[in-house]
Design a protein around this ligand. Structure first.
Ligand SMILES: C[S@@+](CC[C@H](N)C(=O)[O-])C[C@H]1O[C@@H](n2cnc3c(N)ncnc32)[C@H](O)[C@@H]1O
Length: 250
């Protein structure tokens, strides 16, 4: 017996809309509701997530793009006019890379991920949206073509920044998302530290580094990125939490 009272009404309505596309809507709705009640994220069941100006297809191979990351996109487009070369490290569904290509049509946009599964989703999104982005698989900067060294005008990343010990306390539906997308290591700042160490080699003079961070990581991020870049600052999300690191190459 389905306990639909445990689901918010807007979710029931959205699941009914998805089910209506199936040949047997009642059966499809029952199956979707059971999966939702078992903790599967709504966006995986719908198969889509909004991100800035785009609608992306998502499934369990990728992190569901978050409103906090949309805010990072908004901050960046307020600061940059003509980036030339854009790099997105850890692109997941392609969210930042595709939104930035949509915004800066003439830019060369390169998006990387360590996960081949994520890159399949991101490439399919790019093709469906008609946005030309170069996707490259590999560990952070090692995925980038050598000729981009010192030429990147905008380097963005929403890297994993959760500590291993925090994983078990994350909400059940968040733990349905890929662990590699969320967990960075014992401290949580390991991937941020590696990005901070490499950024200056890839940015052009005047280039911007813009990174999402965990809300308790502002001070450490300032120290990590301040070692190699200039005008380093932390910016807040719409609720006032420290969630972004911005820095420039002098
Ligand atoms: C927090 S998710 C962000 C996904 C997407 N940028 C977004 O904002 O929705 C982090 C992404 O980084 C990727 N990732 C994790 N470690 C990586 C590494 N060492 N090198 C490259 N990508 C990595 C994960 O596979 C995941 O897609």
């Amino acid at each position: 017996m389905l306990d639909l009272d445990r689901l918010p009404r807007h979710e029931v309505r959205r699941l009914r809309q998805v089910a209506a596309r199936h040949p047997d809507p009642e059966e499809a709705f029952r199956e979707l509701a059971e999966r939702r009640l078992a903790g599967e994220p709504l966006q995986y069941l719908e198969g889509t997530a909004a991100f800035g100006p785009l609608e992306l297809e998502v499934d369990r191979r990728v992190l569901i793009p978050r409103p906090e990351t949309e805010r990072l996109y908004e901050l960046v487009v307020e600061l940059v006019t003509d980036p030339g070369v854009v790099v997105d490290l850890g692109t997941g569904s392609g969210a930042l890379a595709l939104a930035l290509k949509h915004r800066f049509g003439s830019a060369r946009v390169v998006a990387t991920d360590i996960s081949p599964d994520a890159l399949e989703v991101a490439s399919a999104n790019a093709e469906r949206l008609g946005l030309e982005v170069e996707f490259r698989q590999g560990d952070l900067f090692s995925a980038l073509p050598a000729d981009l060294a010192g030429r990147v005008g905008l380097l963005v990343s929403n890297p994993p920044y959760v500590a291993e010990s925090e994983w078990e306390s994350l909400p059940a539906d968040v733990r349905r998302e890929p662990r590699v997308a969320l967990v960075a290591g014992p401290r949580g700042t390991e991937v941020l530290a590696r990005i901070a160490r490499g950024a200056a080699d890839w940015l052009r003079p005047g280039g911007l580094m813009a990174c999402e961070i965990g809300e308790t990581q502002g001070q450490e991020a300032l120290e990590l990125f301040g070692a190699a870049l200039s005008d380093v600052r932390v910016a807040q999300d719409l609720t006032g939490r420290d969630r972004y690191l911005l820095a420039w190459k002098s």
